[in-house]
Design a binder for this molecule. Structure first.
Ligand code: NAD
Ligand code: HSO
Ligand code: ZN
Length: 880
């Protein structure tokens, strides 16, 4: 296969010349560099190329990546990057491996280690970049070895697919057909770009045709080449023969010209009128057969006046032909013609058929309605001179797109937001196609520079990707009301619906059966160690003494604490079961001395609770475990049911349904319930400077990104060098790709971002405004920055304080405020489970001295009874 290479800086190249190159393959465009793409944009506008490769030997910097991606999205098939840049600049990982080609020079051909390394990185082409003058005696030998080596490694890694050669002409050594002949014997899987193919003032088309035909070999005695002729959609029209002369003529006239075995040179349609416009000539894998892609005019390709030599076409192509004919002349009363003439009618029919397809359910019905819709859609296309090929070209382009649109429906078509009761499983099913579609994409956070965004953008970055809270409330309200009104029956029903578990009773009471909390030694020791540390830290928070202050002689005020008696602790269990949350809630409740502790968590599919959670429930002295999750569990704890005692306070994190139900219950004064805080989807903000270690930074970001698709992670890059930032990004992609929860991470990372700032002051300002649940300071003198932290749930200081330690076992609590509530809420702590009671004792003298102040203030407020309560006493004291 030939892929011509042209230098776009060559001002002489004519549109005609480029088009003739386009006929024989994709064109490699050599561009000066990727940072200034104006020349390339002009070139593409002028030549209207659909498929091309890009090649520059200049240094590629991170800022170029966006430009490259933009061109890959708009039509570029591949980008060729010099090998040195692939191996030394980690940011090239941001480009899709299968759209990347790597150029090597001839001495790299013998470097086996290099080929091995590349095999893991690239799944596109390896292109050897060879100057003709350097082609010496053993070049072909080296090339053969190289190809074999690549093939071997391709098989091992399944990644590198093809090998190409860029031949560089020099002033005195020119590309020759002998050379191509020699090259064509090397390997079937070869790309042979011709460098510096410039406009030939005599006959440049012959030049191209020669280059093409000298790579062909015929196995026929008459030396002709079998030629398959297909239409623009790849449908075979027939088989003919070509010669070097007919190919030359076809390229020159850009029509279907072949070699008839009887009549010689054959210009297809010259007598019948069924002419062809030539779209492309391709050579097959072993160089003995040609494929002509043509646009067929007239009655068809076959001498029997059918479209193909294999009979008439069927399906969409036949419908398109009929519609095109109807457009030119239609029998009277033709419905299709009525549609052509009445765009409003056509529009209504498209809408009607789309709606009918939407409601179709059976296989037959769906096929029927789709056919209807396609008919009307095609009428619209033909009416506007749009062909099926144009439609398919768009589909092909989309398949290659790197940056994906979110794909949400426009508000007027968004029926999902109108559905109020969607099951967990349904939601998961819906995510599947998205996950499959994105599987091969780079896992990457969006990037912004603080200096380049305006205040509106800054404000939007401070917001969390929360889904419409009205929508969530609308889903949660009926669940809460049902559980409130129907008690256990509703609780069991919702558990069956959302968790797919049919329970007889939703509660397990203490003492819990030992076999249900049996653990292996390693697990039990880990839980015991975490318990010990968390207990130590939370116990130290409990000041059991009474605060006593004599505010003035004879006036003694005091304050003492008492536990909240009955508490409900929510332990999430949707996408991951979190026994650690049972520790984080149960231990402070136990330290505080709460009398009744009820732990709620979604049941496992077999209707039981995980032994680790039950073991913790046992250790913290829980009286009951409620086998329910989501809004229904919160409602049961808030209002009580036949088997679930009503509690006074509900604590614990959860998804949006859990958080919304906690807020609803708190706002209902008849529920008499307190909550800890809105602790929603996990989040983390990392501030990193050039002293940070990329793999640590990435691992911390991912540790929270894996919680749920709604988690958000933020990296604030403080003057990171492009290489350092690229290393972090590469680590994110590589580490994430290896995670079992990669599909969740892919989604949460896509909602996350990197903010590039110039100094630590800007970083802290943004972080304080964002008020993250977790803040990690990845820098040498991290401790010094803690003073500047105004809002955060919990801070992790320095490279060796991963957030995971706080999640599990260092001692601090992991139930922390999210959504920016760290501005005004603390995380769960021992005080969460306590209330403070104040007391006072006044002596006679104390009352006498304070009384007049109180009476005057009561007078100001017009509250006579208040004043009198002091007055009657002072009267007695003064008259004693
Ligand atoms: N902020 C913190 O301190 C903290 C700590 C741990 C976990 N988290 C967060 O807790 C969350 C846990 O979420 P999860 O989903 O894994 O578990 P979860 O237990 O919070 O929610 C699961 C329940 O949600 C309900 N549900 C699911 N789909 C529903 C639907 N369509 N309609 C109504 N109800 C539905 C079901 O009843 C299910 O039992 C994560 O977002 C995680 O980040 C936060
Ligand atoms: N990081 C979560 C709080 O946002 C807590 C958790 C539990 N298990 C692992 N992590
Ligand atoms: Zn976590």
């Amino acid at each position: 296969m030939l892929v011509p290479l042209v230098d776009i800086s060559n001002q002489q190249l004519s549109v005609d010349f480029i088009k003739s190159l386009d006929l024989i393959g994709e064109i490699i465009l050599r561009i000066p560099d990727f940072s200034d793409t104006s020349l390339l944009t002009q070139f593409l506008e002028k030549h209207q190329l659909d498929t091309y490769w890009l090649f520059s030997v200049k240094e590629i910097v991170p800022d170029d990546i966006e430009n490259i991606i933009q061109f890959l999205d708009q039509g570029a098939q591949k980008v060729i990057i010099p090998v040195s840049k692939i191996l030394t600049n980690d940011y090239t990982f941001a480009l899709p491996a299968d759209r990347l080609a790597v150029s090597l020079n001839s001495r790299d051909l013998c470097d086996e280690e290099l080929i091995k390394k590349l095999a893991g990185l690239v799944s596109g082409y390896l292109v050897t970049d060879v100057e003709l003058k350097s082609i010496s005696g053993n070049f072909f030998q080296d090339l053969n070895n190289f190809i074999q080596n690549v093939q071997k490694n391709t098989i091992l890694s399944g990644s590198i697919a093809k090998v190409g050669i860029i031949l560089q002409e020099t002033n005195n050594i020119k590309y020759s057909s002998d050379l191509v002949q020699q090259l064509s014997t090397i390997s079937a899987d070869l790309v042979v770009p011709i460098k510096y193919l410039t406009l030939d003032s005599d006959n440049n088309l012959l030049n191209v045709a020669d280059a093409l035909t000298c790579t062909l070999k015929s196995d026929r005695p008459d030396g002709l080449f079998i030629t398959v002729v297909v239409d623009e959609r790849g449908v075979a029209l027939g088989v003919v023969y070509s010669s070097a002369e007919s190919v030359r003529e076809a390229l020159k006239t850009r029509t279907g010209v072949y070699q008839s075995r009887k009549r010689g040179l054959w210009h297809k349609g010259a007598t019948s009128g069924s002419v062809q416009e030539l779209k492309k000539i391709e050579v097959d894998c072993d160089g003995d057969t040609l494929k002509f892609t043509v646009k067929q005019f007239g009655t068809g390709f076959c001498h029997l006046n059918t479209r193909t030599c294999f009979g008439e076409s069927k399906g969409l192509i036949a419908l398109e032909e009929t519609l095109q004919n109807r457009k030119i002349s239609a029998p009277s009363g033709s419905y299709t013609q009525r549609l052509f003439q009445n765009p409003d009618l056509l529009h209504s029919k498209i809408m009607e058929e789309a709606d009918e397809l939407r409601s179709a359910t059976t296989k037959d019905n769906i096929a029927w309605e789709t056919a209807d819709l396609l008919y009307f859609a095609l009428v619209k296309c033909v009416a506007n001179d749009v062909s099926l090929t144009d439609v398919e070209a768009h589909l092909d382009k989309r398949a290659k797109k790197i940056t994906r649109r979110p794909g949400n429906a426009k508000p007027q078509w968004d029926i999902s937001s109108k559905k109020t009761t969607e099951t967990d499983n349904n939601a998961k099913d819906k995510q599947t196609p998205v996950n499959i579609q994105c599987k091969s994409d780079t896992i990457k956070m969006q990037k912004f520079k603080l200096s380049e965004i305006d205040s509106i953008k800054r404000t939007s970055l401070l917001k969390r990707p929360i889904i419409n809270s009205d929508d969530i409330m609308a889903r949660v309200r009926p669940i809460v009301n049902d559980v409130r009104n129907k008690g256990d029956t509703a609780l069991i029903e919702y558990t069956a619906k959302f968790d797919k578990v049919q329970l007889n009773t939703p509660v397990i009471s203490a003492p819990f059966p030992p076999e249900a909390m049996a653990l292996d030694d390693v697990t039990r020791c880990a839980i015991d160690k975490a318990y010990e540390n968390i207990y130590k830290f939370h116990d130290a928070q409990y000041d059991r003494s009474t605060l006593v202050v004599e505010t003035m002689p004879g006036v003694v005020c005091s304050r003492f604490s008492r536990p909240i008696e009955r508490v409900g602790l929510y332990v999430p269990g949707g996408t991951a079961v979190l026994p650690s949350t049972a520790l984080m809630l149960g231990i402070p409740a136990k330290v505080a001395g709460c009398k009744e502790i009820i732990i709620a968590s979604p049941p496992r599919k077999d209707g039981t609770v995980v032994p680790e959670v039950l073991y913790v429930a046992h250790k913290v002295g829980a009286s009951k475990v409620l086998l329910a999750g989501g809004a229904q569990a919160i409602a049961a704890l808030a209002y009580g049911t036949e088997s679930v005692p009503k509690v006074d306070k509900i604590c614990g994190p959860g998804n949006q349904y859990v958080t919304a139900a906690k807020m609803l219950a708190q706002n209902d004064s008849s529920a008499m319930i307190a909550i800890d805080m809105p602790a929603g989807p996990s989040e983390i903000l990392v501030i990193a400077d050039n002293s940070s270690i990329p793999k640590y930074v990435a691992s911390d970001l991912l540790s929270q990104a894996e919680h749920g698709t709604d988690s958000q992670v933020v990296l604030i890059s403080v003057s990171l060098t492009p290489e350092h930032l690229a290393n972090i990004e590469r680590e994110i992609h590589e580490q994430a790709s290896r995670l079992p929860r990669v599909d969740i991470v892919r989604e949460s990372i896509s909602k996350s971002f990197i903010l590039q700032v110039n100094n630590i002051k800007e970083a802290l300002e943004f972080s304080n405004d964002y008020s993250p649940e977790h803040l990690i300071l990845h820098m040498d003198e991290a401790e010094k920055l803690v003073d500047g932290v105004k809002n955060a749930g919990s801070v992790f200081v320095g490279a060796y304080s991963p957030e995971s330690c706080g999640d599990y076992a260092s001692g601090t609590n992991h139930t922390l405020p999210t959504y920016g509530y760290a501005r005004m809420y603390s995380g769960v702590n021992t005080l969460t489970f306590l209330k403070h009671i104040t007391a006072q004792k006044l002596t006679k003298q104390g009352l006498k001295d304070l009384g007049h102040t109180v009476m005057r203030l009561a007078e100001i407020e017009g509250l006579e009874a208040h004043r009198n309560a002091v007055h009657v006493r002072i009267h007695d004291i003064e008259n004693d």
